[in-house]
Unconditional design. Structure first.
Length: 103
């Protein structure tokens, strides 16, 4: 399996901020650990391969779930492009993603 270069969109980097702030109100150490763990898992998945499910919102859009977060991404031969990291209970539609996400 080919290791892919991880690219995270600005929105994907910002998405977990709400979870961080919520957790940090009660426990800043746990909030740091959550973000570190989530980021590490995404990096490992990009580097080692992935198990994912396709989404019909956009052709080629895939996702996997980790710690109640859906990580939405596109892959090419060389790149693993994360476009969103959203809570798993959030409803998504084509309007959740912008045209630049699909490039």
């Amino acid at each position: 399996m080919l290791a892919r270069r991880l690219n995270m969109s600005r929105r994907a980097l910002k998405n977990p901020a709400g979870a961080f702030e919520y957790i940090a109100e009660e426990n800043p150490v746990a909030a740091d650990a959550f973000i570190t763990d989530l980021t590490d898992h995404i990096e490992r998945t990009a580097g080692l391969g992935f198990i994912s499910t396709s989404r019909d919102v956009f052709p080629g859009l895939r996702y996997f779930v980790y710690r109640e977060r859906c990580i939405y991404f596109f892959v090419t031969e060389t790149d693993f492009n994360v476009v969103r990291v959203l809570h798993g209970r959030r409803t998504i539609s084509p309007s959740t993603f912008t045209e630049s996400d699909t490039d």
